[in-house]
Design a binder for this molecule. Structure first.
Ligand code: GMT
Length: 379
């Protein structure tokens, strides 16, 4: 099929997932057209089946806010017409679903063709930004106008029904991970640089926004550090970083924290980690936790949102209530000070990640697409 994928090109989970999906579909012989304002970070391969269409947003002195959505919809129209796309799959509702609605109407007016639009809801487009009264009417309308709607967890599906007047069925297609890619042996030299004396390595990865509760990461680490030699790897960057640094100093653990910035080679960093911390206020899914599990790293997270669908308490790691730093610390210390338990949890985390392997999930999207095939058998 010829599939248009619209996403944010940044390190955020929705962009990562959309890019990995596009790459997997291209590997399976589909033509995949990425439509976004910048080369997606994970689009780091060459494939004859992958096309990239940059959305240019011309500026003009009158525009305090250049109209990205208009430029996006116009680019979608061009790509649909020039490449005869079979469907558009948009990731993250705002503003992608409404831009797709606009593009669909324009193509219909021009050609009489109804291009199917599939919207995948990812999280904050529903639970945070989308609920804002400024956006809500357009978000509700454009979700309802989509030909198919998917959510990345059962929790997100329920949240969507709860917060918006959705008149259609929302299907759950879980996020996925390429287990083969993440199932890596640790690079000894790298481990020696980070933990030269065999310290335990804790890790957190995110965009360091408030919802991630970065201070809780540092507090849990400080508790662990008071019991054993340990290091904390902070991957990513964002507004809460200065707070993490400040807290690290306050707790006297600053020298044991390494901020490694935004990284593409997550598998190499995960391979030297013993525990992954994700104490978020909310996660629709928690793709970073799944990537950790695929690398045999157990997860200590909150039980918020869809996290409990991914991280099984006492099996793949542990979950605690939001803000319950004491329990999360206790779980981390318990696991890190018991080699047998740690090895068992690592294995169980890895085993559970298989359920979300790319090979199991991508066919679910293909099956969804095939409902909209124009040709039989679906090309
Ligand atoms: O919150 C982020 O880290 C970014 C955001 C995004 O859309 O890029 O992530 C959301 O989508 C991810 C992929 O489906 C999920 O794994 C994250 O849990 C979700 N974030 C939240 O719900 C806060």
């Amino acid at each position: 099929m010829r599939i248009g994928i619209v996403c944010y090109p940044t390190f955020g989970g929705s962009g990562v997932l959309a890019t990995e999906l596009g790459k997997a579909l291209a590997d399976k012989g589909h033509s995949v057209h990425f439509i976004t304002y910048q080369q997606p970070v994970r689009l780091n391969v060459f494939s004859a089946n992958i096309y990239y269409h940059e959305v240019r947003v011309p500026t003009y002195p009158l525009f305090d806010y250049p109209p990205y959505e208009v430029a996006l919809a116009s680019t979608m129209v061009d790509v649909i017409l020039n490449h005869d796309l079979d469907l558009l799959h948009v990731h993250y509702a705002i503003p992608h679903a409404s831009a797709a609605y606009m593009a669909k109407q324009i193509v219909f007016k021009k050609t009489g063709r109804n291009v199917p639009v599939i919207t995948t809801l990812h999280g904050t487009d529903i639970t945070l930004v989308g609920r804002d009264k400024t956006y809500e009417p357009v978000v509700t309308f454009s979700i309802n106008e989509s030909d198919a709607i998917t959510a990345v967890s059962k929790n997100l599906r329920e949240e969507t029904y709860h917060s918006f007047e959705i008149t259609k069925d929302i299907e759950v297609i879980y996020n996925f991970v390429d287990v083969n890619r993440f199932n890596k042996k640790a690079i000894d030299a790298f481990r020696k640089v980070i933990a030269p004396n065999g310290e335990k390595v804790l890790m957190h990865a995110s965009n360091f926004r408030k919802v991630k509760r970065i201070p809780d990461v540092v507090k849990v680490f400080a508790s662990v550090r008071s019991e054993m030699p340990a290091k904390l790897l902070m991957v990513g960057d964002g507004p809460e970083r200065p707070i993490a640094e400040e807290l690290g100093k306050q707790y006297g653990v600053f020298d044991d924290i390494r901020f490694v910035g935004k990284q593409e080679q997550m598998e190499e960093i995960l391979a030297i980690s013993d525990v992954f911390l994700l104490p978020s206020e909310y996660e629709s899914f928690g793709l970073s936790a799944l990537e950790a599990m695929a690398a045999s790293v157990p997860v200590i997270s909150t039980d918020a949102g869809g996290l409990i669908e991914i991280n099984i308490h006492g099996v793949t790691g542990y979950t605690a209530k939001v803000g319950d730093v004491a329990s999360m610390s206790e779980f981390a210390i318990g696991m890190l000070s018991n080699e047998e338990l740690l090895a068992k949890m690592k294995q169980q985390a890895f085993d559970h990640a298989q359920k979300f392997d790319i090979q199991n999930i991508v066919p679910q999207y293909e099956k969804l697409y095939s409902r909209f095939c124009r040709l039989e058998p679906c090309a």
